[in-house]
Design a protein. Structure first.
Length: 380
């Protein structure tokens, strides 16, 4: 298998790296995080102007018709810069659901603006008691003469505070834990009965708690076939997991680089502490975990666009487990090797460490995916 990047992929990676390096300093990030929006609208527009938000979409919709490998290149660079923009949840997850399930009218309405960074979407798939289970949906959609009425709560909707539309999972049939009977709706966040409580998450990006009280939606807002949204949610979350592994990889690379630079410059007893063999061994352990995570992130990207299957699910669960474990190990070791400065809020390493820990919990933590992997192995 050829792991070398094509000329177009190298150009894509260089474009993303240069944009992040030139416009997303740590000081700029702090300012974006403190703003009411929680990210930079100008940087979001730049992503669109350079075609980076168009990567996964079809050419006829203004996209680049790119693959998950192309997304991996972009997400790794966004991870390096600790970028706060909701690229993963808007472009990859929500955009993927629209591309897979949307009618022609829905695609025309949303995908072209999304590809041009003129719109931002979010996905409300988690609930207060869902515990990473996509099929645990208690939010209800009651059929009416002209549409549906939604009632329920959604938790930790990343980017939901600023989204132009939110894709909401709601149950139109079956019990709370049934896979069948889950439908998806394109919700106007400003519609009557929609309440959003915005807040910053611990690692920087903003999210919201979404409460739906007798929210009326039309049949045109149904995304995909009625009651058959679960398989699409699972498939697109798999693509989002692959992209998330790439983002974590960018964070891990920066954490290792920061730590290595610190070991070369910090002195004790008149010599750099990197001369001490025990610290060299710990640095080697960090790079070993980084290389393993790199391999799994590449495998996840190469697998994510394949048809849904047990083998695809096994690979993605394994990748999420390995990258989560490696990210937490690298974050902990980097802080230990830095000493007290590693936990200083004014130092970028602390933010990489927080981001790695939080990424390990989004879309399921390592325990969840280890259990899923074991179950899939038993099925095989």
């Amino acid at each position: 298998m050829d792991f070398n990047l094509s000329q177009e992929q190298q150009m894509l990676q260089d474009t993303a790296a240069r944009l992040v390096r030139d416009l997303y300093s740590f000081e700029a990030r702090a300012g974006h995080a403190a703003s009411p929006l929680g990210y930079s609208r100008d940087f979001w527009a730049q992503l669109g102007a350079l075609g980076l938000t168009a990567v996964p979409f079809a050419e006829e919709l203004g996209g680049m018709d790119g693959s998950s490998v192309d997304l991996m290149l972009v997400m790794t660079e966004l991870g390096r810069g600790l970028c706060l923009e909701p690229y993963l949840h808007s472009v990859v997850y929500a955009g993927g659901l629209l591309a897979q399930l949307g009618s022609e009218a829905q695609k025309d309405r949303w995908l072209a603006p999304l590809a041009a960074a003129e719109a931002q979407l979010a996905v409300a798939f988690e609930e207060p008691h869902s515990h990473y289970l996509l099929n645990h949906v208690s939010t209800r959609a009651e059929a009416l003469a002209e549409g549906y009425r939604l009632n329920g709560r959604k938790a930790v909707v990343i980017g939901g505070h600023s989204a132009d539309a939110i894709i909401v999972s709601a149950r139109t049939a079956g019990g709370v834990d049934d896979e069948a009977g889950i439908s998806l709706f394109l919700l106007d966040p400003n519609a009557p009965g929609v309440h959003r409580r915005d807040y910053p998450t611990i690692d920087g990006p903003k999210a919201c708690e979404l409460t739906l009280e007798n929210v009326q939606v039309t049949p045109d807002q149904l995304l995909g076939p009625l009651g058959q949204g679960f398989s699409a949610l699972r498939y697109q979350q798999g693509r989002a997991i692959a992209a998330q592994c790439a983002e974590a990889l960018g964070n891990m690379q920066e954490a290792c680089n920061l730590t290595l630079d610190y070991l070369k410059t910090r002195k004790q007893f008149g010599i750099p502490i990197g001369k001490f063999q025990v610290l060299q061994h710990r640095m080697v352990d960090m790079h070993t975990e980084l290389q393993q995570a790199t391999s799994m992130a590449i495998l996840a990207a190469c697998t994510a666009d394949q048809p849904d299957s047990a083998e695809r699910s096994r690979v993605l669960a394994n990748a999420k487990f390995i990258c989560s474990r490696a990210g937490r190990f690298i974050a902990e070791q980097a802080i230990q090797l830095h000493g007290g400065i590693g936990m200083t809020w004014e130092y970028v390493l602390a933010h990489h460490a927080k981001r790695l820990v939080m990424l390990s919990h989004q879309f399921g933590d390592d325990d969840h995916h280890l259990k899923a992997y074991a179950a899939l192995m038993e099925m095989a």
